[in-house]
Design a protein around this ligand. Sequence first.
Ligand SMILES: Cc1cc2nc3c(=O)[nH]c(=O)nc-3n(C[C@H](O)[C@H](O)[C@H](O)COP(=O)(O)OP(=O)(O)OC[C@H]3O[C@@H](n4cnc5c(N)ncnc54)[C@H](O)[C@@H]3O)c2cc1C
Length: 384
Amino acid sequence: MINLTDKQCCCGCHACYNCCPQKCISMQSDVEGFWYPVVDLERCTDCGLCEKACPVLCKSTVDNHPLAYACINKDDKIRKQSSSGGVFTVIAESVIANHGVVFGAGFDEEFSVVHSWTDSIDSLGNFRGSKYVQSCIGDTYKQIRDFLKQGRQVLFSGTPCQVAGLRTYLGKDYEALICLDIVCHGVPSPLVWEKYRSKMANNRAFKAISFRDKILGWRKYSISFEFREGEILTELGSENKYVQGFLKNLYLRPSCYNCSFKSINRQSDITLADFWGIENVLPNFDDDRGTSLILVNSGKGDVIFSSQADKVYCEKVNINLALLYNPSAIKSVDYNPKRSLFFKELGSTDISQLVERYTKVSFFRKVYVKGRTMLSRIKRQVIG
Ligand SMILES: Cc1cc2nc3c(=O)[nH]c(=O)nc-3n(C[C@H](O)[C@H](O)[C@H](O)COP(=O)(O)OP(=O)(O)OC[C@H]3O[C@@H](n4cnc5c(N)ncnc54)[C@H](O)[C@@H]3O)c2cc1C
């Protein structure tokens, strides 16, 4: 049975919960707001299926030759609603046109982030756009297996650990299953997100939330909150407390600091990412309205991506050059030494003030960092 001794070893993918024939595993939030499996020992028969479904315990290695592309959806409206070039929607629409089903991360009525499915192109909007919080998988993997058994094509889109969890849960490849993963910085705590959005709501109801509003451009993206009564609050991501805490790794899931799924050789068929550095790699693909970096990881990925060539502007690029600007693809983020103190204080004070306190760069550090940068520049000149 799953016996969790180190939280860094659980990515919260829900594979063990989905596979338990006794239904004796529940996913429960810890004090930081992350889900972990809890086994009802009275009902557990120790069949071992949960361990076999765990993508961290049963890690697969992939031997493939991914190809990298810069890519932009020709549909400007969809691209504007998407985090980068809007390629997720291109693939999702083709699956739905083929009478398939699309699973992705969207908001529920309370604006928590959850995985769900749709087979309607009109409902894809809820999946569009990155949500900077861990999404709850729930019963998704069981639902996917049911659809696959009915013979329907399924597109699953999620983080690399969620794709790995789905694969170990299914235990075999299905021709009709296509997996998309994202290059993932790491996933923030659902509890921190709950506290932040309730502060933003201030007893009002949200109509829409975007973590990647392109109103001031793709590079300098904004976070925006639209309320039912019409007001819209928008703030540059670089100035917003929630985004700052996310980017400074203050409240990511413990497993994200030692992610088992960072690699060029991925378990998904296609990987989606922001093409950071596009201005240096392919300047003619940069209009600051969002360009996707696409890794085509398998033959299946190649078939579906090539079939949509008329819907996108696309150019092949050198994968090593592309990933140079996107270290999150292959390297876990650094642990923030203030993380545990932050969580100890969470709930005791205003969330924005707390994040500000824990992300503020002290005067000493500013001077030190500046000094160090200058020093390394001098060293490079001397060496060079
Ligand atoms: C937490 C997180 C961290 C990321 N970190 C990086 C990074 O470091 N570098 C980088 O290049 N790109 C990162 N991305 C991916 C990037 O922001 C875009 O999602 C990607 O470029 C796809 O954009 P798109 O325009 O094709 O489609 P979009 O319409 O923007 O794609 C949305 C897709 O992302 C999925 N998704 C959204 N939120 C979540 C979530 N919380 N959990 C699982 N799946 C989700 C949806 O299911 C949908 O398939 C991250 C995304 C998330 C959610």
